[in-house]
Design a protein around this ligand. Structure first.
Ligand SMILES: NC(=O)c1ccc[n+]([C@@H]2O[C@H](COP(=O)([O-])OP(=O)(O)OC[C@H]3O[C@@H](n4cnc5c(N)ncnc54)[C@H](O)[C@@H]3O)[C@@H](O)[C@H]2O)c1
Ligand SMILES: [Zn+2]
Length: 363
């Protein structure tokens, strides 16, 4: 994985290096495609590397460029069919390759095309959102949504390489950027107290998106996720710690009909779940208020921004595919940087009183 300010300018070389001899197609969404075109043609400074990162950009001769509409509504089997057929129309086969340029939607969709096209071709992830850089491009999960739920059809297909250029984050809308920061807070909470403390100290640099702060952020988060995932490639045990905050977060996304976006929901989920963990005596007292202070400083919501009935949230959690039997389970922290659990048991049941108390903390 490359995490370097200006790395995108070297994309052509990286494609030749990591997909040698292959005919390569670029898959993106229309927003990112436009930014990339402006940048390639020199029309826009927004994605252009500056200062020490300035390198001569070389264009790559893509076999084809394919684009979908931006947003979750493109992560469907219909788009998968269209993209796959477009590749066959261009007489591509097993000797081809794909570059996925965009946020998590493009990464998951183009990754799933790569996983299945001609029984699988290699691909390169070029994440352009903070969430995609520090979360979705690590771990090898690809897939699409169905009317029955998100990510229900998919495959494990790790990219040949990930190219993360933190400078592209400068054009990301504020709300998307902050939402990504919630996952970084989660990484600090679950595995690295010093990282959490760095974010506490440099929240201003993070919000100003200085290249140094961005590079450090992406590097440390990726290292944490990669470490957890590599120890548990197919989700038997410890990988569950990455789900911290997510039991509640998925319910908030669902019940709010995705008006609360994923990262915002994760921040709220971390707050509800740290409150629960404290109440259960699993987490040290004071952890919840510390997480709340950092999320607040990073401009993330610390209370539900719209009224969502607790009963509906609990129902949504009960329906979550990760629950065993009828128990609602969460991955709980024990203290800053350390999750509670061990062996193959990294989640804990949460009874109704506890769930309601957790939701009350964000109500
Ligand atoms: N595979 C995994 O392990 C994994 C993990 C977490 C999330 N995900 C998936 O990721 C998806 C969410 O990803 P996301 O938050 O990146 O959303 P996204 O891909 O929809 O991107 C958000 C928006 O930002 C725009 N954008 C992207 N890069 C930009 C840039 N540099 N400048 C300006 N605008 C830019 C996009 O066009 C889009 O409108 C969800 O579908 C989720 O399920 C997957
Ligand atoms: Zn997440």
């Amino acid at each position: 994985m490359y995490v370097t300010a200006g790395a995108l300018a070297a994309l052509a070389e990286l494609v030749r290096l990591h997909l040698p001899g292959r005919r390569v197609s670029l898959i993106t969404d229309s927003t990112v495609g436009r930014l990339y075109e402006e940048w390639e043609s020199g029309a826009s400074g927004s994605w252009r590397p500056t200062g020490r990162a300035a390198v001569e950009a070389h264009a790559y001769d893509w076999v084809t460029r394919l684009s979908v509409e931006p947003g979750e509504q493109s992560k469907t089997r219909d788009r998968w069919i269209e993209l796959t057929d477009a590749l066959f129309d261009r007489h591509l086969g097993r000797d081809s390759g794909i570059v996925a340029l965009g946020g998590g939607v493009v990464g998951d969709l183009a990754g799933f095309v790569a996983a299945t096209f001609a029984r699988g071709v290699p691909y390169i992830q070029v994440p352009t959102t903070l969430l995609a850089m520090l979360d979705s491009s690590v771990g090898g999960k690809t897939g699409v949504d169905t009317p029955h739920g998100k990510n229900l059809v998919g495959a494990f297909h790790p990219p040949a390489v990930v190219v993360a250029d933190p400078l592209v984050l400068r054009t990301l809308p504020d709300r998307e950027y902050r939402a990504g920061l919630a996952e970084a807070v989660k990484h600090g909470l679950i595995a690295d107290a010093a990282y959490f403390e760095t974010m506490e100290r440099d929240s201003t640099g993070l919000l100003a998106r200085t290249p140094a702060a961005l590079e450090e952020l992406v590097r440390r988060s990726v290292a944490i996720k990669a470490e957890v995932v590599s120890a548990d490639e197919r989700e038997g045990g410890r990988r569950a710690v990455l789900n911290a905050g997510h039991t509640v977060a998925h319910a908030i996304e669902l019940v709010s009909e995705f008006r609360v976006i994923h990262g915002e929901a994760v921040g709220l989920g971390l707050l509800a779940e740290t409150a629960m963990a404290e109440r259960l005596g699993i987490a040290d007292a004071g952890l919840h208020s510390r997480v709340r202070a950092l999320l607040g400083r990073l401009g993330l919501p610390i209370r539900l921004p719209l009224p969502l009935p607790a009963e509906r949230l609990v129902d949504a959690m009960a329906a979550d595919k990760k629950n065993r039997g009828s128990q609602i389970r969460c991955a709980f922290p024990a203290r800053l940087g350390t999750m509670a659990g061990g062996g193959s048991e990294w989640t804990h049941p949460a009874d109704l009183q506890t769930l309601l108390a957790g939701l009350d903390a964000i109500g």
